[in-house]
Design a protein around this ligand. Sequence first.
Ligand SMILES: C/C(=C\CNc1ncnc2c1ncn2[C@@H]1O[C@H](COP(=O)(O)O)[C@@H](O)[C@H]1O)CO
Length: 266
Amino acid sequence: MNHNEKPERPGERHHGPVTLRGAQVQPGTTDQRLLDSRGPGDWVHTDPWRVLRIQSEFVEGFSALAELGPAISVFGSARTPTDDPFYQSAVELGERLVGAGFGVITGGGPGIMEAANKGASQAGGVSVGLGIELPFEQGLNEYVDLGIDFRYFFARKTMFVKYAQGFVVFPGGFGTLDELFESLTLVQTGKVTTFPIVLVGTSYWSGLMDWLRGTLAAEKKISSADLELVTLTDDLDEVLDVLNRAGETRRAQEREAVARTPGAAE
Ligand SMILES: C/C(=C\CNc1ncnc2c1ncn2[C@@H]1O[C@H](COP(=O)(O)O)[C@@H](O)[C@H]1O)CO
């Protein structure tokens, strides 16, 4: 009992504002009920429990990445072998992103993800891997210096966007397309602003770009301006240029926002 609680009469229990008497009084304490319980475990497979697990992925991700500086998310095929020219290009991009003051975020897996992490780590920068639980064991690639494993794709995808200033996308399959189109939708609908999306590999991506222009834009399912949300190039200088320019725009916007804040000029 603490000093401002009412004294308990025999057969009576107080829990904060609640008074329990007679059959309402449960034996033992709340701690005992938590620690001693040995009930069936099937509730861990229920949706209310999953909601807590999902929540914990956001909490873990937000706390691990809160102090990450400016970063770029790099995507591309998990199946790209180390002797593929795009692997080498992703290593170089990782290095150059670090040189330009960015950390590198990837899905933490093999292929292009490994290459970008390798470049970032070798250049002494921040190399982040956001792994995903898959039906087969694989683990984070060896060049990830800050790794988080996710059960849920959607929680992981939030981190790719929230902690990056832009996306660079190398040739890839369904996973890469999913990440590309999610980011395009977020930019198109204004959910993220000043967010460059760069596709590396003109010959790989030009069929898709032609289809977006010739079918989606032509049939007015997207506007022609939406096509300008993407930069298509083979040139890493251009990739860096696009990302740096967006970084400058973002910093100018932040300065303007501060200047508009009441009392900031005083
Ligand atoms: C296919 C193999 C391993 C898959 N391992 C992955 N680990 C982490 N992230 C992955 C993995 N596979 C896909 N992703 C995500 O999707 C993108 C690549 O998918 P794609 O279908 O290969 O284009 C990638 O950016 C990740 O975020 C066996 O080697």
